[in-house]
Design a protein around this ligand. Sequence first.
Ligand code: PEP
Length: 262
Amino acid sequence: MKHKPIIIANWKMNKSNSEALYYLETLKQYPKELQKAIIIIAVPFTALSDMHKAISRINTKDIKLISLAAQNMHQEKAGAFTGEVSCKMIKEAGCEYVIIGHSERRQYCNETNDLINKKLKYALDNDIIPILCIGETLEQRNNKNFLKYITVQLKECLAGIKASDARRMIISYEPIWAIGTGKNASPQQAEEMHAFIKNFILQNYTKKIADEIRITYGGSVNENNISLYLHMLDINGVLIGGASLDVETFVRIIGNSTKYNK
Ligand code: PEP
């Protein structure tokens, strides 16, 4: 039997602190929907602390409805890195998760696999669960060399990460051509890649870890297609950008996660 799906909302550079809290006020009115999935919301740094306080009032000792993620962190402990935010800072602000290596950071901030590897290790060493994003460009897919590219991403990002840490991670397969474009990968294309990633984990770690590691799909997921992805064997959840910004839409997405109509 499949576990509860993971639904990650990535707000990117959207929503001020007050807007974030306003969103949560509405979201908390749907506890039944929220229990259908593991809900993780990745908000801007400026909203983390207050969101954490507000989420703590929604979650109970027995039922966790919402978890908080940062969208990035620095790879060093502390120091002269103007404008950066450390792992300790996001942890103290209430994050359980951090998105690492999103394609927008690779593209606009020149993040390399080597840098991402350092961030992953630092997060894992400090008990923050990283959500590692990987994925190919349209050109790589059309040139049919995307499997090689994904293999290099996995090898370099996961280099030196021990099995006991790898099993705690989430890997998000996010084809760049599907992010924010409305051109989602078909559930079959996504499933093929998830199976490929699982096989990489199997080859490089163990079957147990391949079974335990959670792999989510990201790229133009919406209320109409979510259940098609979640129905696939190796897809453990989804990462949603644009469609998570409107709270009513996000609630419908969560609601539809369990409704499978072929
Ligand atoms: C993302 O932010 O990683 C993403 C998948 O965005 P969208 O859902 O808008 O394609």
